[in-house]
Design a protein around this ligand. Structure first.
Ligand code: PLP
Length: 394
């Protein structure tokens, strides 16, 4: 059975050209980039080429890019750097819908005596800007807000927020792990001080990421040791993955403008058909400001896990916002923050596409999904309970 992979916000496949770029480092180019000899020196040069490629995708300067091990490390580093650089400030502002890489790091810092304000979102998953400006005070060390949400694809208005923060002199970090490579990002224009990205979300391997730090921003290392990354991130460089990330960024930059309408077209086709063919289905999230590849749909009165298992039987990979998925035992904190009714949270499915998905794959999902939903609603002994509880809640 051919796999139909519609879970690209979880991770992506490695592009063949990216793999080609990486292979020499796993074979003959095994030197240490910090070595004095020419053999190691070759790697240093290539790491700098990769850095320039990452910078180009973001319209940043190469020296503003620090390679890390993943998006989580980049997020942790950005927040830690801010609080270490401004020891007199003890307040962090973020949102309720951030990835655990930010939410749980803020909770960790709370245990160390910091204060966090989690800004709420509205029913469409849009940041409550009214609450946001009230939250900033003289004690605020950093604001960390995601560029685009991994579950709904909703994009936050970073330009507007960044301008406000510049006026107030507050450091601004964005977790752009889901945005990089999917939408254009111009760091010469976007008023953020730090930005996180992750290789495996844009067809590079897992285990590599980057943190952009705007020139002139005070920075404190999080991983302490050797002098790698200009003294900003210790540890012998993961040369193969760094080269892969560089190539993936180059490819993303070359294809961004043609991929966006392609992905949006496929996503919209899928979404429109599923809403039409499956009764009691709804989209979660602001459909105006969304990543082109993501849709989060609730099929009410059915359990997301059951839908995923049925889809899996047809070789279709997606993810759900209900309990016990993604290693979590809680329903999606993002959908809960958006006040999505419980029956709709339980039946939520995220489809996230990539450049490798085709019309035929989308057609196949449109063909099988109505039958799956109908069958599960008939079979599920809990469907009536969901119906009853959700009518009470709404
Ligand atoms: N931030 C967001 C928005 C994400 O979606 C993810 C991964 O799902 C991360 C951070 C963490 O990235 P990584 O898996 O590279 O640690």
């Amino acid at each position: 059975m051919k796999l139909i992979y519609l879970d690209n916000n979880a991770t992506t496949c490695i592009t063949p050209e990216v793999l080609e770029e990486m292979l020499p480092y796993l074979k003959e180019l095994y030197g240490n980039p910090s070595s004095m000899h020419t053999f190691g020196g070759q790697l240093r040069k290539r790491i700098e080429e990769a850095r320039a490629r990452v910078a180009k995708l973001l319209n940043a300067e190469p020296e503003e890019i620090i390679f890390t091990s993943c998006g989580t490390e980049s997020d942790n580093t950005a927040i830690m750097s801010a609080v270490e650089s401004l020891p007199q400030k003890k307040h962090i502002v973020t949102s309720v819908v951030e990835h655990p890489a930010v939410v749980n790091f803020c909770k960790y810092l709370e245990r160390k005596g910091y204060r966090t304000t989690f800004i709420p979102v509205d029913k469409q998953g849009r940041l409550r800007l009214d609450e946001f400006s009230k939250a900033i005070d003289d004690d605020t060390a950093i604001v960390s807000l995601m560029y685009a949400n991994n579950e709904t694809g909703v994009i936050f208005p970073l330009m507007e927020i960044g301008e406000l923060l510049r006026e107030r002199g507050v450091l601004f970090h964005t977790d752009a792990v889901q945005a990089v490579g999917k939408i254009p990002i111009d760091l010469k224009k976007l008023p953020v001080d730090m930005l996180s990205l992750s290789g495996h979300k844009l067809h590079a391997p897992k285990g590599v990421g980057a943190l952009y730090v705007r020139k002139g921003t005070r920075f404190h290392s999080y991983i302490i040791g050797g002098h790698q990354e200009n003294g900003r991130r210790a540890g012998t460089e993961n040369a193969a993955s760094i080269a892969g990330l560089g190539k993936a960024c180059e490819i993303a930059g070359e294809n961004l403008y043609k991929e966006r309408p392609y992905l949006k077209g496929l996503r919209d086709k899928l979404e429109t058909a599923l809403l039409k063919l499956c009764p009691d289905a709804r989209i979660n999230g602001d459909t105006e400001n969304r990543l082109p590849n993501t849709t989060n749909i609730s099929f009410e009165y059915v359990e997301g896990e059951s839908i995923l298992l049925k889809l899996n039987e047809f070789g279709v990979c997606a993810s759900s916002g209900s309990a016990c998925t993604s290693g979590s035992h809680e329903p999606s904190h993002v959908l809960m923050a958006m006040d999505v009714p419980p029956a709709a949270i339980h039946g939520s499915i995220r489809f996230s596409l990539s450049r490798y998905n085709t019309e035929a794959e989308v057609k196949k999902v449109i063909e099988i999904m109505p039958g799956i939903i109908k069958e599960l609603r008939k079979l599920s002994p809990t469907s009536l309970e969901f119906l009853a509880s959700s009518r009470k809640d709404t």
